[in-house]
Design a protein around this ligand. Structure first.
Ligand code: HEC
Length: 174
C-alpha cells in the first residue's frame, strides 16, 4: 500500500523540463532570419512570383525545421494567407493586444501560459519594405494573380511598412 503511494511522488519530483525564454527567443529570431534570407534569395533568383513559389512550398517546412525536441514553432496573424496559420481564439486575443504596435515602438516578446497549461513565447513580426511586394497595398498584377490562385481566401494584403503582422509562436511541447 505504501509503495503504491510513494511511486507517484517519485515521478512528480523528477526534474522536469523548464521553459527557457532565452532559448525560445533564439529559436524565434532564427526563424525570422531564415525566412527573410530565403525570401530574399528566391526574389533575387526569379522575382516575387518565384519567391511566392518558395513560400508556398517551403515556409511551413522551414518553420517546422526550427522546432526542437522541447519547442514547436508556428506563425499566426489576424489576417492570414495560409489557413494553416489561423490563430486560436486564445492567440487572437493576444494578437489584438499587439495589433496597434508598430516597428517604431515594437512591443517586447511576451511569455504566456496557454489554457492547455503549456507556456509559449509570442514574438511579434513587423512589416518591412521587402514584405510589401506580397503583403502590401499595391501588389503587382502577376504577383496578385498568382496569390489569388494559390490562396483564394488570402487576407494578408493591404499592409503598410512597420505595421504589426503577427507572431512567431514558440510553444513548449510538454
Ligand atoms: C514573395 C512573396 C512574399 C514576401 C516578400 C513575403 N511573404 Fe509572407 N507570405 C507569403 C506567402 C505565399 C505566405 C503563405 C505561405 C506560408 O508562409 O505559409 C506568407 C505567409 C506569411 C506569414 C504567415 C501567416 C499567414 O498569413 O499565413 C507571415 C507571418 C508572413 N508571411 C510575414 C511576412 C513578413 C514579415 C515578410 C517580410 C519580412 C514577408 N512575409 C514577405 C509571401 C510573401
Amino acid at each position: 500500500m505504501h509503495k503504491l503511494l510513494i511511486f507517484p511522488l517519485i515521478i512528480l519530483s523528477l526534474p522536469t523540463f523548464s521553459f527557457d525564454q532565452k532559448e525560445a527567443q533564439t529559436l524565434a529570431s532564427n526563424l525570422k532570419k531564415n525566412l527573410l534570407s530565403n525570401v530574399k534569395e528566391a526574389m533575387g533568383k526569379g522575382g516575387p512570383t518565384n519567391a511566392i513559389g518558395f513560400c508556398n512550398t517551403n515556409a511551413m517546412a522551414l518553420t517546422d525545421k526550427e522546432s526542437t525536441k522541447n519547442y514547436s514553432l508556428s506563425r499566426t496573424s489576424l489576417k492570414v494567407r495560409n489557413s494553416n496559420n489561423t490563430p486560436t481564439i486564445e492567440l487572437k486575443s493576444y494578437l489584438n493586444e499587439f495589433a496597434k504596435s508598430s516597428a517604431d515602438q515594437p512591443m517586447p516578446d511576451k511569455v504566456v501560459t496557454l489554457k492547455s497549461g503549456k507556456r509559449a513565447l509570442l514574438s511579434p513580426l513587423y512589416m518591412q519594405p521587402a514584405c510589401l511586394v506580397c503583403h502590401g497595398e499595391k501588389i503587382a498584377a502577376p504577383v496578385s494573380k498568382l496569390l489569388k490562385e494559390l490562396y483564394p481566401n488570402d487576407a494578408a494584403t493591404g499592409y503598410k511598412a512597420k505595421e504589426f503582422r503577427g507572431f512567431v509562436v514558440v510553444s513548449e511541447n510538454e
